[in-house]
Write a protein that binds this ligand. Structure first.
Ligand code: ADP
Length: 486
């Protein structure tokens, strides 16, 4: 029973308890005489201050003292004419009962506070979806939350006879027991991921953890543990893993197929090329046949380009997946510029290159990225001679590399689509291409853990950005200031 919340009731309790104590004392008057005159009212003071609080306790001490003085101490039924000894008894009672009222009241308040805390903890344990438990220093489980009973259908006493390890799946049993024993010995945190037996006979995955806590005053050790149900998470992960493996398998099959198909297509194409050359030599040349043969040649070249691009595209996966390596972007860019030498000279393009860092990535693949981006910058130039700038800026985990040009630009609604295979947004206009260049670039960058995007304004030019992770060596940012022109 808690301290009464109703103030009137608390003070009424003081009056009633004193009245009862006096009545009992008076009824025993003949037996007790004037001995232990204050004993009953003292009990009333204790009861009032425990159930009613400190102030009603003090009131009962005062009323009890006066009532005993008036009714019990001789001569009774008068306030005057009492002995000196009676006066001393009254004074002692008043002091002692006041102290007792204050102490008992305070004790009750502290007791209620502890009780409230316990109630809250109990409520919290019941509200939590995890199974909570405590164990003594020897590892014997001595407390379990309601969730344990809900899940296993077993009570704490059943668990004591059964042993908790019998609820662990055979596959994880030994490991879990070993982990628990070693945690007990070393007094370190216990952790185990295991399946626990449910009341319907099935098993679910749980992540169990227990930490030791030393009671500073008593010097004893206790364990506080929690078992969280991670079954859905584990099964989802397993399913995801299986799906990823299936996807990787079909992706590999698809790549192998694309590679084989592109490879096999080259042969009949070469035959068409050779036979059309033979036709030219054998046929007397006239305007009509020259046109037809030129068309055949053009078709064959285009087809060869497409096949080569498809081959290159499908080979990216296997090459980029090679072991993690460090490459110098400087070298990759130089290789790309060397491959594009004829194109650069023919177009009169000006290439402005800032010093580039060493990055995590495949040297040949990085060179292919530059080759595609710079090749496009020259190919999609406007009437002005192409000016292409390549630079790298430090960011949190690596670098942002940019290749900008002053070409025809790209309407921003196509900014995403141009990275899809076979997407070309500018009409042919004498600009050769297969639409696989940017798709290959994106594949290389993404397989390297980066991303690529474009910012552009039609008529003003475009800037392609891509991110690369930095190599272990650091890039001297100051060197970016030095700009060299090729
Ligand atoms: P391709 O160059 O073979 O046409 P890409 O995949 O390299 O194919 O590029 C896709 C399309 O993106 C191009 O056809 C072109 O329309 C556009 N594009 C790419 N780079 C640029 C650029 N620097 N300036 C303007 N348009 C570009």
């Amino acid at each position: 029973m808690r301290v009464y919340r109703n103030t009137l009731l608390r003070y009424a309790l003081a009056v009633i308890s004193v009245a009862i104590a006096i009545l009992i004392r008076l009824s025993l008057n003949r037996v007790l005489g004037d001995r232990i005159a204050f004993a009953f009212v003292l009990c009333a003071v204790v009861a009032t201050s425990w159930f009613g609080g400190r102030r009603p306790g003090l009131l009962s001490a005062f009323l009890g003292g006066i009532a005993t003085w008036y009714f019990v101490l001789p001569p009774s039924l008068t306030l005057f004419g009492k002995t000196d000894a009676a006066l001393s008894q009254l004074t002692a009672f008043m002091i002692i009962s006041a102290v007792i009222a204050l102490l008992t009241g305070s004790l009750r308040i502290a007791n209620d506070a502890i009780q409230d805390r316990e109630d809250q903890l109990e409520f919290m344990a019941a509200a939590m979806p995890e199974i909570l438990f405590t164990a003594d220093a020897t590892g014997r489980i001595d407390n379990l939350s309601e969730k344990f009973h809900e899940y296993t259908g077993k009570s704490l006493s059943q668990l004591s006879t059964l042993g908790w390890s019998d609820l662990v799946h055979a596959d994880e049993k030994d490991l879990t027991i070993d982990a628990w024993k070693s945690a007990m010995v070393q007094r370190t945190e216990f952790r185990s991921t295991c399946r626990l037996l449910a009341k319907d006979g099935t098993y679910r995955w749980f992540q169990c953890r227990a930490v030791p806590m030393r009671d500073k005053r008593r010097g004893t050790l206790r364990w506080f543990g929690v078992c969280a149900d991670i079954h859905d998470h584990v099964t989802l992960e397993e399913r995801l893993g299986e799906q990823t493996r299936t996807l990787a398998r079909s992706n590999e099959d698809l790549q192998r197929f694309a590679y084989a198909a592109s490879h096999d297509l080259q042969e009949p194409l070469r035959v068409i090329g050779i036979f059309s050359e033979l036709l030219i030599r054998e046929q007397p040349e006239n305007e009509n046949s020259s046109y037809v043969i030129a068309q055949i040649r053009r078709g064959v070249t285009r087809m060869q380009d497409l096949i080569q691009s498809s081959l290159d595209f499908s080979s990216i996966g296997s090459m980029a997946a090679e072991t993690e390596c460090v490459s110098s972007l400087e070298d990759s860019l130089s290789d790309a510029l060397w491959s594009l030498k004829a194109m650069i000279e023919e177009s009169g393009a000006q290439i402005i290159r800032n010093p580039l860092p060493e990055v995590a990535g495949h040297q040949v693949m990085m060179s292919r990225v530059f080759q595609n981006l710079i090749g496009n910058a020259i190919k999609f130039c406007s009437t002005k001679p192409p000016v292409i700038r390549i630079q790298a800026n430090r960011e949190e985990k690596g670098y942002i590399v940019s290749v900008s040009d002053n070409g025809v630009g790209i309407p921003m609604q196509f900014a995403e689509r141009i990275f899809e295979p076979f997407r070309r947004i500018h009409s042919d206009n004498g600009r050769p291409g297969t639409g696989l260049g940017l798709a290959s670039v994106r594949r290389i960058i993404e397989q390297n853990g980066g991303r690529i995007w474009v910012e552009s304004e039609p008529g003003m030019g475009s800037t392609f950005f891509f991110t690369v992770r930095s190599a272990a060596k650091t890039f001297d940012e100051d060197s970016q200031a030095k700009t060299q022109s090729v």
